[in-house]
Design a protein around this ligand. Structure first.
Ligand code: ASP
Length: 420
């Protein structure tokens, strides 16, 4: 997409978010009439995910040339993701300890929500088990992204050892990837309308402005804690972008379309196609875009991790339970794992929070306190999840490139047979 179109689209999407919020606020449930428009946009985005991920990861990894580089990129990616997620959790814990949002909360709305009662308890081993799926077709059918990525990585690794036989297969996946990206650009033009409908109808579902305001004020300090924690983490990532990835704030402007879509859809998986296009337009190394972003959309959730830690501490404060430093350390570990295990779909973080609460023996009923505003906070944390992935792609791209430049320089200095 050219620069001018990208800018116009950004203005339209930002206007859509504002108008959507205003309409939902003023006309409340009447806005449910246009919910289908939002679903149309969301489903079109979701339709792209499986073919895009498979083609992108295969072509990205196979184009590394030497498969031994995968180890380096893979390790840097996972290390980067794990450390920024850990920073997010620490920010969440600090904010809750400073603001104390749970003090004096009315516990009458504390009940375990239906969707959590119906859920099998998730153990940490389940998160590791979810990396592979016995049936790759059913994983694709249910958009379970992690097993698809693992399959695509193994496939690409095998492909790159095949020499000439593998080349047409790689060319095929390169072609599929390009075609998918073209479709994503077309789809972007639908975004303003889709996002308007999604925001307006969700606020309508919450009962409109007055009802929503009442729900918000009941846990007002919790909302303030989470949003300000997310804002601090956003700034931290901006510093990482400037000092480690060596990119200016214009990167943030190119990513805004994806961030606002994340806000509108509350799903980092559904936003992935747009994230990939925005990162690609800003000139990040293509191999990083194709591998780092799909992986990030499912395992790197800084916003969710921060939220889970802050919410668990909020529940403890509301029930008047004092958590020791040791218990806070357990929250640190489990919130990080729960965020890795959460799917990139709306309100997934609320469900994996059971892991954090049970690890320190907090009442699961406490989730009921957060229910009414979770959809709202979800939008902010999803935008931060996508921002974390985008900064990650820029950092990894920076890590890949200097080594290649130095290898090239070394090769140029080395005397060749003809030189001697
Ligand atoms: N909605 C979030 C995402 O898609 C996950 C969550 O925190 O609920 O990234």
């Amino acid at each position: 997409m050219n620069h001018r179109h990208a800018l116009i689209l950004l203005i339209l999407i930002a206007t859509a978010v504002i108008l959507g919020a205003l309409s939902g606020w003023l006309w409340g449930p009447a806005m449910l009439e246009i919910e289908w428009l939002g679903h149309l946009f969301l489903n079109t985005l979701k339709m792209m995910i499986v073919p895009l991920i498979i083609a992108a990861v295969i072509s990205g990894i196979a184009s590394l040339g030497d498969i031994r580089k995968l180890g380096r990129i893979g390790f840097s990616t996972v290390a980067y993701y794990a450390s920024t997620t850990a920073v997010a959790v620490v920010i969440g814990l600090i904010m809750v300890n400073l603001i104390q949002p749970g003090a004096g909360i009315d516990l009458s709305s504390a009940t375990t929500p239906e969707r959590i009662l119906n859920k099998e308890p998730v153990a940490i081993s389940d998160i590791l088990l979810s990396m592979v799926d016995p049936n790759i077709v059913s994983a694709a059918a249910e958009t379970r992204i992690l097993p698809l990525i693992v399959f695509a990585i193994l496939f690409a690794a095998a492909l790159s050892t095949l020499g000439t036989i593998g080349r047409p297969v790689l060319a095929f996946f390169n072609g599929v990837n390009e075609a998918m990206m073209k479709m994503v650009i077309w789809l972007m033009y639908l975004a303003p309308l889709g996002i308007f409908a999604l925001v307006a109808s969700r606020l309508g579902k919450a009962g409109g402005g007055d009802a929503f305001f009442a729900q918000l004020s009941a846990v007002g300090w919790h909302v303030v804690t989470v949003i300000s924690g997310l804002a601090v983490h956003f700034l931290f990532l901006l510093l990482v972008l400037i000092f480690i990835a060596k990119r200016g704030p214009e990167y943030l402007i190119s990513m805004m379309r994806a961030l606002l879509t994340a806000f509108g859809t509350a799903s980092s998986s559904a936003t992935l196609p747009l994230t990939m296009e925005c990162v690609r337009e800003s000139g990040v190394d293509q191999r990083a875009v194709r591998f780092v972003l799909p992986l990030g959309s499912t395992i790197n959730m800084d916003g969710t991790a921060l939220y889970e830690a802050a919410a668990a501490m909020f529940i403890a404060q509301a029930y008047g339970i004092d958590l020791s430093m040791g218990q806070q350390a357990i929250i640190f570990v489990t919130a990080t794992l729960a965020a890795i295990g959460a799917a990139g779909i709306p309100e997934a973080g609320l469900v994996t929070m059971v892991i954090v609460l049970s690890a320190v023996g907090l009442p699961i009923d406490g989730i009921g306190l957060l229910l009414a505003v979770d959809w709202f906070l979800d939008r902010f944390r999803t935008a931060i999840n996508v921002w974390g992935d985008s900064v990650g792609a820029a950092v990894i791209s920076r890590i890949i490139q200097p080594t290649e430049e130095s290898t090239l320089a070394a090769a140029q200095q080395r005397p060749t047979i003809t030189d001697s």
